[in-house]
Design a binder for this molecule. Structure first.
Ligand code: XIL
Length: 354
């Protein structure tokens, strides 16, 4: 099914119906890579232009934070699904799908999880959580970011992994456990690892990329139900994209039979020039440099950005500009006008590579 949105933001080709009765423009659009964005809670509730933008551009949505432990489980026995449900309702009402982000993350943990003090307790909480959350959205959330950001920094890793309550009490097998449980609860769901900082020319990305590949290979070789990999794509503007590294990574993922997803694209522009024209061009160029090797190696399942408009973005939380100007990391500006970044994303979504 081709949705109205895909037609609106599609190639712009007239929807000519040929003699055969097949709508050729539509059949071309069927192969369009879906575009998605994460959804800001307050904006969804209060900003009518925001809702209109999501409807006009997106085929997929990800609740921003609504499925993290701190939002979902303010207390050990209390689950608050209100925001995730609201995003799902909005998605379904507008013929979009919703992605699940994320079942396991080292961060955004509620205070009570600090009380966890044994392997048995950790396993029990992890199982309760995954069973409850995956079951609630069974058949509705078709793609889950099961473990978010598993790879650690060099100085604080155990077997490449980032410290968390799960690693502490369960060791690296917490990852197996999470995937196996999620698969058991919803065997039809596509289960992903999701990771950041693996795409740049700098000292950080290559070892992180290698560590992630080691983890992926290990999980696949042991038959853990891992189906795909999310490249978040919070692109550090100050560093160029490592085109060869990204191409090799995407090829390796694909050669293992896994799907590839761009899950949280934005371009961190804190070091870019003040000029809006120059800056927007540089943001678009970085995204193009990132997407080109990905599409050369594999057709991703989605291009999702972390937000849709510069009006609502997490980037200034960590990457404020020194000149005090607002960041411009996303496809639409703060007044919902599409920027060069949108043209890049739209171009790649229309490509039928690999
Ligand atoms: C950020 C959100 O945008 C914030 O609202 C939240 O409080 C903290 O996290 N990688 C991720 C996202 O996987 O969940 C993060 O999102 C950005 C980095």
């Amino acid at each position: 099914m081709v949705s109205r949105r895909q037609v609106i933001v599609g190639s712009g080709a007239a929807l000519a119906v040929g003699k055969s009765g097949i709508n050729h423009a539509e059949s071309a659009l069927i192969r369009r890579v879906p575009y998605g964005a994460c959804v800001n809670r307050v904006a969804l509730e209060k900003d009518v232009d925001y809702r209109a933008a999501l409807k006009a551009y997106c085929q997929q949505l990800t609740p921003e934070g609504g499925l993290f432990w701190d939002g979902l489980r303010p207390a050990r026995d209390q689950f608050d699904f209100s925001f995730a449900d609201a995003v799902l309702d909005f998605a379904e009402a507008n013929r979009m799908t919703m992605r699940g982000h994320a079942l396991v993350w080292y961060a955004a943990m509620p205070g009570w999880t600090k009380e966890i003090s044994s392997a048995a307790e950790a396993e029990r909480e992890l199982a309760t959580h995954i069973e409850r959350v995956v079951a609630r959205y069974r058949g509705k959330i078709k793609t889950w970011h099961v473990v978010n950001e598993p790879i650690g920094d060099p100085e604080d890793t155990v077997a490449d992994l980032r410290p968390s309550v799960w690693l502490r009490y369960l060791g690296p097998k917490y990852i197996d456990l999470a995937f196996r449980l999620a698969h058991q609860i919803d065997p039809s769901a596509e289960l992903l690892l999701n990771e950041y900082d693996i795409e740049s020319v700098n000292d950080i990305s290559p070892p992180r990329r290698q560590a992630l590949l080691r983890l992926i290979r290990d999980l696949v070789s042991r038959g853990v139900p891992l189906h795909g990999v999310g490249m978040q794509g919070h692109i550090r503007g100050k560093d160029p994209i490592d085109g060869n590294g990204v191409y090799r990574f995407a090829s390796d993922v694909r050669s293992m039979g896994l799907s590839l997803h761009v899950t949280e694209l934005d371009v961190i522009d804190d070091t870019f020039p003040a000029s809006v024209i120059e800056r927007d061009a540089m943001v678009a160029e970085r995204a193009r440099d990132f997407l080109t090797p990905i599409f050369a190696a594999a057709r991703p399942s989605v291009i999702a950005t972390w937000g849709i408009t510069d009006r609502y973005t997490w980037v200034p939380t960590w990457f404020k500009r020194r000149d005090g100007l607002p960041n411009r990391p996303l496809p639409l500006d703060a007044t919902y006008r599409p920027k060069p970044l949108w043209q890049v994303i739209d171009y790649f979504c229309q490509r039928n590579a690999a």
